[in-house]
Design a protein. Sequence first.
Length: 171
Amino acid sequence: MDSGHRTGADFLLINLLLLVLTQPGALALAGFDPPFGLAVNATIWMAAFVGASPLAVLYLLIKSEALGRRFLPAMAAYIALVLAVAYASYLLQQPLFEGFRAPGYEQTFPVFLAASVLTAIISATLFPVGLLAYAGSPENLPLLAVNIVLLAAIVILWRLRSRGEGPYRSP
């Protein structure tokens, strides 16, 4: 396989790692203030992932120099996908937090994007405490199941990478 397949597999691995690493801290962050619930936890997690996704874009920018311009459409598609996830999370959060906002405050999408970077940083710092969030709230169990599936996918990709199989096979 060529280095494009390896880069794509590494890019997928990075995104899976971002999803797995942001979830526990995001759940702990979501549990600090009301409203509580699975929908709030999931939207905070998606916001944290959106805030961490520039790391994956940075990886693509570094690799695109070595691989040429063929990664530009993939990068544009990834950015569009992340923005779609961000907008969906933004729209889902609006009614959830309606009763908890200061009077007259209306969060805009650009503010949400900036706040998602802060959410990613906070979720990374809360990662150790966030591991307890699964035990503290039974509503987090579906998200724990999702995280376990993502972790299994990471392990499979990592094993393929270490053995040089699949997309990591030498030509």
